[in-house]
Design a protein around this ligand. Structure first.
Ligand code: ADP
Ligand code: MG
Ligand code: MG
Length: 872
């Protein structure tokens, strides 16, 4: 049997989201729930994939089925495409499996042409509406086909408004809109080179193609990468008969949430605009009214809508985000989905749903996107400073958080300033999808126009970036990069602070403080801890980091990098002396100066960890990273060593390496300079002994980690001197102390020979940053130069340094575990690369049987939640 590429709404259901996309599946589900949905059909995501396989063509089989379904739709609606009696007008809407807000364009009122528009103008006795529909159709269709056409059409509209002396689109009359329609068509012909299509079927195929093509536009590609959506999924296309919100004052269109997407509070939230269509509400062109006001204007439709909200929430057992239209007082549902929400709201809603008996604790844990928690862990305004400050303006608190930074006016500037290390707040009239990368580069976003569902608000919430929208008091002059608010003129680079919870705007800098886990956050995390199997440790080099991580739930340190401890003023001098020494004795003397500092560092770490495990990695980077570069420092070192400046310079020059990352580093340093490893061993063991004496009830069991091992004999060699040194220290102290010596697995050869290495190692820790670069054979410091080209060419979908490459690097990890565990049943295994805090990588670590993940302190809650989700 031939493939089925097309489904009527009445043929699908919510479980078919892979095939029908989220929007299509939910339109089908709403249809079967008996809700008022304008009917239509969905062309599957498989058809999109097929379109790309066929070299960006819709093949005949698919075209045939589309035509067949137009016929079915004509039967259902009793209208006909291009008909002069009763014409069928449709929307063409994209809809991927995961919602991608604003990423792909919708075309409304398709099916209109010069003849049909006259027919509907006459029949409805509403020529303004008819021409408004037509000009919108040409505009949207052209924009999609031309890909970046928006601005041309907006210019034409602005010119028309100026000519007529009006400010609002709704003030344009039928003749103006008719005039605009013909200007638009001329613009289309000028840009594309052919006439604007009149045949509805040709329009429809063109539109479907454009939606398929939009799956591959740069914005969509960036969004997918940020949100872990595979390119291979494709998008579905929904063809739906139109409901008209722009027929007059008893019509309108709106969006609403069943609970507050910013706070999670259980109350209907949303916005409504009379005599409007489609994106008008979210585009921020006119400021919409709050949904509650709809009760007065459209009492019947509003009452019905409230019932629909309850039906949908009970059905999906989650907060719903809905789009609807009222045509001549009658309600039509156009979309529903589990609403995007802030992290704060997500936690509250999950807890409330448990308390309302709608969800189990495990389901509540599974509902939270771990990546979202990030925002809660970001700083908030210092409460005292905030109280003392007076807001200079107020907008809508569209996405919570605190942002403080320098004002910039364009997305490009935001990116450029951010690249220079500046913190910026992007201030715009309104944002559009093109601004996404600039929004990402900003601490916060402030817009003059737009409501809670404006583009800026939706995208900012998705990114977890603070956003204040719709501050109409701002007098904006984008062209000259300045604005005035509360009588003050702000220029590029001036400091501003915004509060995404209250919507308050402050002049200047308001200091921020770290966040804590409490309330609903605490409840969800305690549920998560019940389910997870993986332990979560942290990468911390200082007692302060360790303490923070413990507060956030870390159960130990998985990686303490000792190298930063060498950079403090006194130590670096001693360490440089060590590097420039000629004899072992001189080296030992220099290291002897560092020992007490290092011991103190470790004591403080053990104290902070209160008996939880601490893994200390021995010196890893190449020595040239420590030598002086400034002339004055070189002279100082020469004097201290009694050597000439030239001799020192020669030593420094001799440390030069072509590929330092693959050079003289890691355990290779311990082989060539055993004194360093011995000194570090003494520091670790002496610190442990002291802390154990002070706290006899704590388990103090140092884990010494040898980096960059590629061969068992190498580990054996280094381990021998560690053990001899450690045992001598322990014997001298006359105390019992257990310790472990393990290794990082970060060179492919180590993974491949893990059965040998495991005979000498008490533990493995995957250093996936190095393991990734060694496996791919490219350096994480240089990959940025070509990775973008790899994304564009679809060779890579993600940065392998951010998201673990499960296929290659993951296979090495699995291999190492499979080889290592059988030869050493005490072997414990963890991961301490950046990936330790990435949810999908955590899930993978759970799957292949790691004992723990270790990540930076602020990612600890994310890892805890991701580990629970992997286990549920
Ligand atoms: P997005 O995925 O960007 O939200 P949609 O496909 O939901 O795009 O379309 C955007 C808007 O267009 C909808 O919110 C709705 O207002 C309007 N729209 C889409 N289809 C129809 C329709 N059949 N009738 C009336 N309005 C529609
Ligand atoms: Mg929508
Ligand atoms: Mg490493």
């Amino acid at each position: 049997m031939a493939n089925k590429w097309v489904y009527l709404f009445s043929e699908g259901n919510a479980n078919m989201r892979e095939l029908l996309g989220g929007k299509g599946a939910n339109l089908a589900e709403m249809t079967s729930l008996g809700l008022p949905v304008p009917q239509g059909f969905t062309i599957t995501t498989e058809a999109c994939t097929q379109y790309y396989e066929d070299g960006r063509e819709i093949n005949e089989e698919i075209q045939g089925q589309i035509n067949e379904y137009i016929g079915k739709m004509e039967e259902i609606t009793g209208k006909k495409f291009g008909d002069l009696e009763n014409p069928l007008l449709v929307s063409v809407r994209s809809g991927a499996r995961a919602s991608m807000p604003g990423m792909m364009d919708t075309i409304l009122n398709l099916g209109l042409n010069e003849e049909v528009v006259e027919v509907i103008a006459k029949k409805s006795n509403n020529p303004r509406w008819a021409w408004d529909c037509y000009r919108r159709f040409i505009q949207m269709y052209s924009d999609v086909v031309m890909e970046v056409g928006k601005k041309y059409f907006e210019e034409l509209i602005d010119e028309m408004k100026t000519k007529k002396g009006v400010t609002q689109d709704v003030e344009l009359d039928a003749d103006d809109l008719k005039e605009l329609a013909s200007q638009f068509k001329a613009e289309y012909k000028a840009k594309i080179g052919v006439d604007f299509p009149d045949d509805p079927k040709e329009q429809l195929m063109g539109a479907i193609k454009a939606v398929f093509r939009s799956w591959d536009n740069p914005r969509a590609n960036v969004y997918r990468r940020d949100n872990d959506i595979p390119y291979s999924w494709g998008t579905a296309v929904n063809v739906q008969s139109m409901a008209f919100g722009n027929m007059g004052d008893d019509c309108g269109t709106g969006v609403a949430f069943t609970r507050d997407p910013a706070t999670g509070e259980k109350k209907l939230m949303g916005e409504f605009l009379t005599n409007a269509q489609g994106e008008d509400v979210v585009a921020g062109v006119r400021t919409p009214m709050p949904i509650a006001q709809m009760a007065e204007t459209f009492p019947e439709a509003f009452a019905q809508f409230q019932t629909v909200c309850k039906t949908l929430e009970d059905h999906y057992r989650d907060m719903q985000d809905m789009e609807f239209t009222v045509e001549n007082k009658k309600l039509y549902m156009l979309q529903t989905r589990n609403g995007k929400r802030t992290a704060q709201a997500a936690l509250k809603i999950a807890c409330d749903l448990v308390d309302e008996g709608m969800r189990t604790e495990a389901e509540a844990v599974a509902m939270i996107d771990p990546r979202n928690l990030d925002t809660l862990l970001h700083p908030q305004f210092d409460a005292a400073a905030l109280k003392a400050a007076t807001p200079i303006g107020k907008g809508l608190g569209a996405s919570p958080g605190a942002a403080c930074g320098k004002v910039v006016f364009t997305a490009e500037d935001a990116e450029a300033w951010n690249a220079k290390g500046e913190k910026v707040v992007l201030v715009r009239l309104e944002t559009s999808p093109e601004d996404i990368t600039g929004m990402k580069a900003s601490q916060g976003i402030l817009t003059v126009r737009g409501g809670m569902t404006s583009h800026a608000a939706v995208v900012a919430r998705g990114m977890g970036t603070c956003c204040v929208s719709g501050c109409g008091d701002i007098n904006m002059d984008e062209a000259n990069k300045k604005f005035t608010l509360a009588g003050k003129e702000f220029h590029e680079g001036d400091y501003i602070s915004i509060d995404g919870s209250t919507g308050n705007i402050y002049d200047g800098v308001i200091p921020t403080v770290d966040a804590t886990i409490a309330g609903e956050f605490g409840r969800i995390m305690s549920w998560a801890d019940k389910y997870r199997k993986l332990k979560v440790r942290t990468n911390a080099d200082t007692p302060a980091d360790a303490k923070k991580a413990r507060e956030l739930g870390a159960e130990g340190i998985g990686l303490c990098r000792t190298e930063h401890m060498f950079f403090e003023e006194d130590r670096i001098a001693a360490f440089r002396e060590m590097i420039c020494s000629d004899t072992v004795e001189e080296r030992e003397a220099a290291l002897e100066k560092i020992l007490p500092y290092q011991q103190g560092d470790f004591e403080a770490l053990y104290e902070a960890l209160e008996g939880n495990p601490v893994t200390i990695r021995f010196l890893d980077p190449p020595l040239h990273e420590f030598v002086p570069t400034e002339e004055a420092d070189i002279e100082k070192l020469a004097a201290a060593q009694g050597k000439s400046v030239d001799t020192i310079k020669a030593i420094i020059a001799s440390l030069h390496e072509f590929n330092p990352m693959m050079g003289h580093r890691g355990c290779r340093l311990a082989v060539t300079y055993p004194e360093i490893a011995k000194m570090q061993t003494k520091a670790v063991i002496r610190a442990a002994i002291n802390v154990k004496k002070a706290h006899p009830d704590w388990t103090v069991k140092p884990e010494i980690m040898i980096p960059l091992v590629c061969e068992v004999k190498e580990l054996k060699y280094v381990k021998k001197m560690v053990v001899e040194t450690a045992d001598a220290e322990i014997a001298a102290a006359g105390i019992e102390l257990e310790y472990e010596v393990g290794t990082m697995i970060e060179i492919p050869r180590a993974a491949l020979t893990a059965d040998e290495i495991a005979t000498e190692a008490d533990f493995f820790c995957f250093g996936t940053n190095d393991l990734t670069q060694m496996t791919f054979g490219f350096s994480r410091d240089d990959a940025g130069k070509f990775l973008n080209a790899y994304y564009d060419a679809k060779i890579f979908e993600n940065d392998p340094f951010a998201k673990l490459d499960q296929t290659g690097v993951g296979k090495l990890m699995e291999t190492a575990i499979k080889l290592g565990k059988p030869v050493n049943n005490k072997l414990h295994v963890g991961i301490c690369g950046e990936h330790g805090g990435d949810p999908s990588s955590v899930e993978f670590c759970h799957k292949i049987g790691l004992d723990y993940v270790s990540c930076s302190p602020f990612r600890v809650p994310i890892a805890r939640l991701a580990a629970a989700q992997a286990a549920i």
